[in-house]
Design a protein around this ligand. Structure first.
Ligand code: BGP
Length: 489
């Protein structure tokens, strides 16, 4: 069996600005919708702190993954006794030279990062972009060029300037489409000659609530209207990008951790098929340029009618014209469900054949090969795995060195499965970027405890530590794998 990575294969790492950069409030930056998120734990849920007009402070539980309702008249506030992890993150803002050098040492030839919208248009509505914000990413690109690392830029990774969330209810408003396109145009003018690969959104099919999308009520009609507005914004941006930057390649990013039936009982199998269509709704519409035939069935499952969405003829035209060039996705795990399980009841029915991470995520390398085949067979466009990895609790020795054999095993088995999909199943795959090569703040918990990196960062859940970067055992392993183009797997 051939293991080798194909010619021109891109391999590297991926990060998101609010989880990695820090630099809060620097050089004209104003708060984004994620900057109000505290860190969390089972005892201390992650939340936004909000003030109601009568002065009452509310702390909605789990403010982004569930469709938690945020009162329209609530105003976000920062409290002195709370820790807001995105403000410091792991301070890539001041460590970018050192961090990119380490990525180069590992042999990366691609780095996926997101641009913080709030650095470029701090309120979202300025006439002119913030020069200091653009200058930061210029410096990052210059560093990458120094080591021949290709950028893969996520235009919007789960956040937006806070004023857009408050004033317009985020992606629920068509106004935000225009503001996003204007922001993207500025990026293309400035960085277009230096970047070929672009992602319009992160995990768009998750339509997470207030933090990532600015939508106060991310369920029912609001959820699907926000999704539609994001589809239109993406399509307009793709069309504009192709015109402004011939040869540029666009995707949006999907969360595609796959789903299996708990048994071969037809009801379980059927349940999975129906549930997966909720993902395909997003992939098909943007990958094929039109809403699929089952769109109404999906919305009816949520008690709404497709006709209730505000979709214009112009929107339908742009969806056709702004189709994605490739399909990128994150893959961490597989889930198993049975008939009657809640929609996307992740971790609903345990899979007795899989081991799990400390967070209960089923480790399933073959599921990655399965997902790659499923996506490629369906859309027939190249794919790009832009997030994969193992969130684990690392225990450094007195020198900060971590022997993460569990991570090596996870990544080895997933990369192997990937090469099999490429070399044996005929899947066209442009590249692979592991999630968080340098430890960063976890999206779901806001903590540092859940680490993905091949490079350790000396920092705890509350931001204490030297921020020193220390390669783990997996760093040396990754370096060998890349240097051997997969032969060492
Ligand atoms: C994806 C996000 C990332 C990231 C990752 C790991 O959903 O795109 O931003 O953080 O998941 O998730 P977590 O940090 O919650 O383990």
């Amino acid at each position: 069996m051939k293991k080798i990575f194909p010619d021109g294969f891109l391999i590297g790492g991926a990060t998101a600005s609010f989880q990695f950069e820090g630099g809060f409030g620097e050089d004209g930056h104003l708060p984004s919708s994620h900057d109000y998120e505290t860190n969390g734990s089972p005892e201390h849920p992650r939340h936004h702190t909000m003030k109601l007009p009568d002065g009452t402070i509310v702390k909605p539980e789990s403010s982004f993954i569930d469709a938690q309702d945020v009162p329209m008249d609530a105003e976000p506030v920062f409290l002195d006794d709370e820790y807001y992890p995105s403000h410091k993150a792991v301070d890539f803002y001041h460590h970018y030279k050192e961090d990119i050098k380490l990525m180069a040492e590992a042999g990366f030839n691609v780095y996926r990062f997101s641009i913080s919208w709030s650095r470029i248009f701090p309120t979202g509505e300025e006439e002119q972009p913030n020069e200091a914000g653009l200058a930061f990413y210029d410096k990052v690109l210059t560093e990458l060029e120094k080591y021949q690392i290709q950028p893969l830029i996520t235009i919007c990774h789960d956040e937006m300037p806070m004023p857009l969330a408050l004033k317009y209810d985020g992606w629920n408003s068509r106004k935000v489409i225009d503001l996003y396109v204007k922001y993207a145009k500025v990026l293309f003018e400035r960085f277009g000659k230096r970047c070929k690969y672009w992602l319009t959104f992160n995990e768009i099919n998750a339509v997470r609530g207030f933090g990532p999308t600015g939508v106060h009520k991310a369920s029912g009609l609001d959820r699907y209207q926000a999704a539609h507005n994001m589809f239109v914004a993406s399509a307009k941006t793709v069309k504009m990008g192709h015109e402004m930057m011939p040869g540029s390649m666009f995707s949006t990013m999907y969360a595609l951790s796959t789903v299996y039936p708990a048994s071969c009982k037809p009801e379980d199998v059927f349940h999975v098929q129906q549930q997966l269509r909720e993902n395909w709704y997003f992939v098909d519409t943007m990958g094929r340029g039109a809403y699929p035939s089952y769109a109404n069935a999906i919305l009816q499952h949520h008690g709404i009618d497709f006709d209730q969405l505000d979709i214009t003829d112009e929107d339908r035209k742009i969806l056709k014209e702004g189709q994605l060039d490739f399909i990128s996705f994150s893959y961490y795990r597989s889930n198993t469900v049975k008939a009657g399980d809640k929609w996307f009841n992740v971790g609903g029915s345990p899979n007795p054949y899989l081991e799990t991470t400390p967070w209960g995520w089923g480790v399933d390398p073959l599921g990655l090969r399965y997902t790659m085949n499923m996506v490629y067979d369906r859309i027939q466009k190249p794919i790009f795995i832009v997030e994969n990895g193992m969130g684990a609790i690392d225990e450094p020795d007195e020198n900060g060195y971590v022997e993460d054999d569990y991570r090596i095993k996870y990544m080895n088995d997933h990369l192997l499965a990937m090469t099999e999909a490429i070399n044996n199943d005929g899947v066209e795959c442009l590249g692979y970027t592991m999630w968080g090569p340098i430890d960063l703040v976890s999206l779901s918990t806001g903590e540092m405890k859940k680490r993905y990196g091949i490079i350790y960062v000396d920092m705890d859940d509350l931001g204490n530590g030297s921020l020193k970067r220390i390669p783990k055992k997996s760093f040396a392993w990754m370096k060998e794998v890349i240097a051997s183009r997969g032969e060492k797997l």
